[in-house]
Every structure is written in C-alpha cells, then in structure tokens.
Design a protein around this ligand. Structure first.
Ligand SMILES: Cc1cc2nc3c(=O)[nH]c(=O)nc-3n(C[C@H](O)[C@H](O)[C@H](O)COP(=O)(O)OP(=O)(O)OC[C@H]3O[C@@H](n4cnc5c(N)ncnc54)[C@H](O)[C@@H]3O)c2cc1C
Length: 428
C-alpha cells in the first residue's frame, strides 16, 4: 500500500466498514443514459459552503449538479453574535434558513456527513453515499476541549464558549444579563490560530457595554490569554480606557504565569498568578478544522488543511477544495469575510474545471470590523493573492488610534451593510 493509498484508507476509518456496501443517494450516470451532469458536493452551509453552492448553482445555469450537505436547518451566524451579546441585535436577526437556496435548485441534504471516501469520490451520509466530481469542504472548526485543563463539552454548560453559534451564545447572554454589580467575568482567550482573531476582544467590549449600560460600578472583567498579543490591540486598549475605565484587565502569559485550568464546579479559573472565582467564565479553547476534515486526512499536524493558494485546492487531494476556517489560508484570518471571498474563487475554479468556463487569477479580500462601544467601530483588512506558495497580503489597512468619531460611526454602518450583503450571498 502506498502512503497516499494508506492515508486515503485511513480517511475512511470514521465510516462504518459497511460503507463499502453503501447505496448511492443520487445514482451516478450509467452507460446508455443521457450524459450526466458533473457533480459538485459542498460539505457545510456556512459563509464558505453556502456561498460556493449558490454561486456555482447560479453561474453554471444548470450545467453542474450542486448538492450541499448541512445538518443545521437554522444557521445562526457567529459573525455579529457579539453584536447580539451587546444587545444591539436580536438572536432571530442573526438566524437564517436555506429555503431560498433550496428553491434556487441546490439539493440540500440536511444531515451530518459521516466520512469521505476519497478513492471512490463519495461522501458518506450514514449508510448512503453521495458521489462527487469535485468536493468543497467547508466544515468550519471543532474545539479542542482538553486544551484548557478541566474544561470539557459538559463544562461548557456552566462555562460557555459560545465559539460555535446557537444555544451556546444564548446561554452566554442569559448569564451575562443575570449578573449583579460587583460581578467578576473571566475570559480564557485562545491560542493562535483560531476563528475570528479580534472576536474575543470585541466580545469583551460588548460585556463591558452591557455592564456599563446597567449602571455597574464595581464589576470587573479579566482576560487570561494564551497569547502575548492580539489583533487591533492598541485600538481595543485605547477604547477600553476611554469607555470603560478600570473595568477590563488583560493578562498576557508573562503576567498570569500560565493557565493551570478551570474548575466548572466552583466556577474558578486557576493561573500561576491567582485563582479567580467568577460569576461568569467564558472559555474559548484551542481549535482545529472540523472533525470530518481531520478524519478524511485533509489536515496536517497543525490540525488545519493545507491548500494551494492559487485556487484553495487541498494539497492532499486534487478533487477537493478546502475553504473557510478549516483551511490554512496564509495571511488571511479565519473570518466569514475570508470564507466568502475564498468561496467565490472556488466557484470560479470549479466552473472552469467542470464546464470549461474562463478563469482568472485568484484575488481574495477580508475586512474584520469590531464594535467597542455604540458607534465606535474599528476595522482591519486587506487584499490577498497567491505569492511564493502562500496567500499573502498585497495591501492592508487598519483603523488608527484617536480617529474622529464620525469615521468610527461610519465603520459601524459599513459593518451593518457588509452583514446584509454576506447573508444575502449565503441565503439568497
Ligand atoms: C464571536 C464571533 C464573532 C465573529 N465575528 C465575525 C465578524 O464580525 N466578521 C467575520 O468575517 N467573521 C466573524 N467570525 C468568524 C466567522 O463566524 C467564521 O470565520 C465563519 O463562520 C467561518 O465560516 P466557515 O464556512 O468556514 O464555517 P462555519 O460557519 O462554521 O460553517 C461550517 C458548517 O459546516 C457544517 N458541518 C460541520 N461538519 C459537518 C459535517 N460532518 N457534515 C455536514 N456539515 C458539517 C456546520 O454545521 C456548519 O454550519 C466570528 C466568529 C465568532 C466566534
């Protein structure tokens, strides 16, 4: 058995051995029938998957058969979930369904894929199989529960992570809104690489906004961080000092001396420096690509999936693309904006490969907006292209400390417009 064959075989380990005898959910073409359309299967219906499914379906105008596998019927966006935490948005306003996507002609399989058979080019959904000519993997992330000693999936019911959307974010908000003045919130912030680099610090800002709006005078927020620094740090620190003086304390590893763990029974966070007994603990563990990408052997030692920067094609398999948070996208951060931008490149490449449509060199872009306080929004972003084997920034921008208030307010409006645009790209 060659290395590659062995890897592919191992990739099937997650599937039952009965997979060999699976029935195709959508039968491939057989001799004598009209020529079958090429098949695109998209795994995951987030900003990566839903965008690529809709774009290929629309732009190929019926020439490609598009199937999207996504178990979630109502997708709540992580992006703008901090805006919900801050009380600026309802939960309903960040929750969407795939009704229009289905009506447009994308076949949606509302189940979790259980394995990928890379040799047979099919995705297993339980005992059934879905054949593909090209597969786009966009499964997002999974959490490494044991990266924080004492933390677990069960512990997330008392110490929410809210780093995957839905019930966890609602739990976090309930806990936040129940706090009385004098409360202590502790966030355990994740090591790199992780979904949404500025996300934890925007969330901290939204915690502070809620406490301040409720008139809290004595409540405190401590961040114990696995990292020595973070995205837009000077801008966040300046904003926290301006809007929430004395409320927020950020501790880098030099200061806390090491995160020893958490105790969900006592609601404690233990570091070398101190043990904090908090009223709300938000643990954001380390992350990997979604489990299905790992069991299909599409990831490397980092836990994420290497890709060709020119087209987001998996370095492990020429028939598979990996986009969004699951991929190693060089200098692009793991964001919904990035996933959506990568999806548009992949939609073009897939049409090129399956129908001969014209393709262009890949160009990617990203902007991450973060709200610090009402109408005080900061942004960072760039344009990216394939250079020297990775996705590299060709230009970048970032907000400046001390900017006029009208610029910050305009940033917020831009972010609202962007949200409207991306959910329209994803859900129609
Ligand atoms: C608090 C927070 C705030 C954020 N704010 C922003 C922001 O302001 N701007 C921004 O651009 N980004 C933001 N992000 C990041 C953004 O949410 C992610 O980068 C984005 O969702 C990644 O998209 P994706 O398509 O790769 O994965 P996801 O959105 O996670 O979608 C993956 C989908 O795959 C499905 N799936 C997984 N496994 C399987 C399987 N086996 N079979 C079938 N389906 C499967 C899942 O159900 C899921 O719906 C934020 C994230 C967080 C946590």
């Amino acid at each position: 058995m060659t290395d590659l064959t062995r890897r592919k075989f191992t990739g099937l380990a997650g599937a039952s051995l009965a997979a060999a005898a699976t029935t195709p959910l959508y039968a491939p073409a057989v001799l004598g029938q009209a020529k079958a359309k090429p098949k695109l299967v998209v795994l995951g219906g987030g900003p990566g998957g839903a965008t690529v499914a809709r774009y290929v379906n629309r732009e190929a105008a019926g020439a490609i058969d598009v199937t999207m596998i996504e178990p979630t019927r109502n997708y709540t966006t992580c992006f703008f979930s901090n805006i919900y935490v801050g009380g600026y948005r309802s939960f309903q306003s960040i929750t969407h369904n795939y009704d229009k996507v289905r009506k447009e002609g994308v076949r949606i399989v509302p189940t979790r894929a259980s394995a990928i058979d890379r040799d047979k080019k099919q995705v297993m959904v339980g005992k059934q199989s879905i054949p593909y000519d090209r597969l786009v993997m966009a499964p997002g992330i999974d959490l490494k529960w044991d990266s924080v000693p004492g933390y677990s999936e069960a512990a997330s019911q008392t110490m929410p992570h809210a780093w995957k959307p839905g019930a966890q974010t609602q739990l976090l908000v309930r806990r936040l809104n129940a706090l009385r003045d004098g409360a202590l919130i502790v966030m355990v912030a994740p090591p790199n690489p992780y979904r949404c680099p500025p996300g934890p610090y925007e969330r901290i800002s939204m915690f502070a906004h809620v406490l301040k709006a409720k008139g809290h005078k004595k409540s405190k927020i401590i961040i114990v961080d696995y990292k020595p620094g973070f995205s837009k740090q000077p801008l966040f620190i300046e904003g926290w000092e301006r809007h929430y003086p004395g409320m927020i304390e950020w501790q880098d590893p030099k200061m806390h001396g090491g995160i020893k763990g958490v105790n969900p029974k006592t609601n404690e966070v233990i570091t070398d420096l101190a043990t904090y007994k908090a009223q709300l603990v938000n643990v954001i563990p380390a992350q990997t690509a979604g489990q299905i990408a790992l069991s299909a052997n599409l990831a490397d030692k980092s836990g994420f999936c290497p890709i060709d920067p020119a087209n987001m094609k998996s370095k492990m398999d020429a028939n598979i693309f990996v986009i969004g948070d699951a991929s190693i996208a060089g200098e692009m951060p793991k964001s919904a904006f990035s996933a959506n931008s990568q999806a548009k490149v992949v939609a073009m490449v897939v049409r090129g490969e399956l129908t001969g449509a014209k393709t262009f060199p890949a160009r990617y872009s990203n902007t991450c907006w973060s709200l610090i306080e009402t109408d005080d929004n900061i942004k960072i972003g760039g344009a990216y292209e394939a250079q020297a084997g990775i996705i590299k920034a060709s230009s970048t921008f970032v907000s400046k400390p001390g900017e006029p208030a009208d610029i910050r307010k305009q940033n917020y409006q831009e972010s609202v417009d962007w949200y409207r645009g991306i959910v329209s790209d994803m859900f129609g």
